[in-house]
Design a protein around this ligand. Structure first.
Ligand SMILES: *Cc1c(COP(=O)(O)O)cnc(C)c1O
Length: 427
């Protein structure tokens, strides 16, 4: 790294040239901290507050009338948000709907897509996925009266941290019915080659679904073009929808004949839903997989936050995100390098990383506390991972430089030693 690129003026000159810098002003910043935790809970924007208050006012003024007369009507809020988010992930508008929550959507989708038959009884996952995905997959196997010990294949990472696509593909045998994988791994930040995995699965007559919780809103996808069968993700990370905001559910058009089995009235043919007929008839498209009335206040902030994402453009967001994480890693090499038993776990290749950088150190928890006490919000994943997520919409190059400068200080002085080893319930 050139000496000049370590300088503050270099960081500031990159910020001056950044076409996305104007979006920073649209977000509220908690305290004066540098918020590097957008991969866990994205920040509140003025736009999200505005659309939330808009629907609150509709409730106040219109009562039940809001279902049809709010702007947009609550009755089709899920479909509307699906249309807004579709360009961010390369989905057709009818392939995407905002509904329920991530884990419930995993269950809803697997109940329709995972139909063990004959010798094809297995569900393929990776051992590193977010635990809830593994719990849901195991639960679905039990629902079919089978044992996850035999029917859940967990692909292991060779080095304990990163997955090899070849290894996943090697496990795609004729006994596998469905593969459920993450787009970006929540700890390491590794981005899997979804296009390649989808093709490999289909060549072997396996259906494939992705949990895009750690990529939606920060990495551009082409879910339709890649032929991904189904997908789901939460909207409170890089989509900035707010704590517990409504999730997304994607079903590829080629699967529109497949019937949902965790059925509920919100998935009924929309214009006849209120006929209240006893026999379920699904709406065609992703909308048919909805189960129940959406939480309007957990959905309405998204309307505003998705507008920001649409304006900024997902390609620009990805471009800046890679520049920020690249810069962070350069500074790591220059300032910390090999001198503190700390290492970067995230792959260096741009095509193999998502929106955050994971650092590994035995005292990760204490280092996180030291960062917090110095005005940086990181997050921690046990036992030894520090995640730093520079959101492209509200983090600058100068912020990244400041964060790494503070981290360097903490490591050089071993200031982290002063902190307790006891962890909070949410980290
Ligand atoms: C954040 C995240 C979830 C969250 O699940 P909820 O049902 O929203 O609590 C699930 N899976 C992955 C991969 C995640 O990153």
């Amino acid at each position: 790294m050139k000496q000049s690129s370590i300088s503050r003026s270099f960081a500031r000159s990159r910020d001056k040239k950044d076409p996305l810098r104007k979006y920073r002003r649209r977000f509220y910043r908690p305290g004066r901290a540098i918020y590097m935790d957008g991969n866990s809970l994205g920040l509140c924007s003025r736009d999200a507050k505005k659309t939330l208050m808009k629907h609150w006012t509709a409730w106040k003024r219109q009562g039940i009338g809001g279902w049809l007369n709010a702007d947009p009507p609550w009755f089709t809020l899920g479909e509307n948000l699906g249309r807004l988010a579709a360009p961010l992930v390369g989905a057709c508008p009818d392939e995407l709907v905002a509904a329920g929550s991530t884990t419930v959507n995993i269950h809803a989708l697997l109940s329709g897509f995972y139909r063990p038959e004959g010798n094809r009884r297995k569900l393929l996952v990776d051992a590193l996925n977010f635990p809830t995905d593994l719990y849901a997959a195991a639960g679905q196997i039990r629902l079919h009266g089978s044992d996850p010990e035999t029917d859940l294949i967990r692909v292991q990472p060779a080095d304990g941290v990163l997955l090899a696509e070849e290894e996943i593909i090697r496990n795609m045998n004729e006994e596998v019915a469905v593969a459920l994988l993450p787009s970006v791994l929540y700890r390491s930040g590794q981005l899997l080659d979804m296009k390649r995995l989808a093709k490999a699965a289909h060549d072997r007559k396996i259906l494939i679904g992705f949990d895009c919780s750690h990529s939606a809103g920060i990495v551009d996808h082409r879910l339709h073009d890649w032929g991904v069968d189904f997908a789901m993700w939460c909207s409170y990370k890089y989509m900035n929808g707010g704590p517990g905001s409504i999730a997304f559910l994607f079903v590829h058009r080629k699967n529109f004949e497949r019937v949902p089995l965790m059925t509920g009235w919100w998935g009924y043919v929309k214009n006849r839903q209120f006929d209240m007929l006893p026999r379920f008839e699904p709406q065609r498209g992703a909308a048919g997989w909805q189960i129940s009335t959406p939480g309007v206040f957990s959905a309405s902030p998204l309307e505003g936050s998705l507008q920001i994402l649409a304006e900024a453009g997902i390609r620009n967001i990805r471009h800046k995100s890679l520049a920020l994480t690249g810069y962070l890693m350069e500074l790591f090499d220059a300032w910390i390098g090999t001198s503190h038993d700390m290492r970067i776990v995230t792959p260096r290749e741009p095509l193999k990383r998502g929106g955050h950088v994971a650092l590994e150190h035995k005292q990760a928890w204490k280092i996180c506390q030291a960062l917090k006490s110095r005005g940086v919000i990181p997050d921690f994943r046990p036992p030894s991972i520090i995640r730093l997520a520079p959101s492209a919409l509200y983090i600058s190059f100068d912020d990244v430089r400041t964060v790494m400068h503070r981290l360097r200080r903490i490591m050089d002085t071993r200031a982290y030693r002063a902190f307790s080893g006891r962890r909070d319930a949410v980290s």
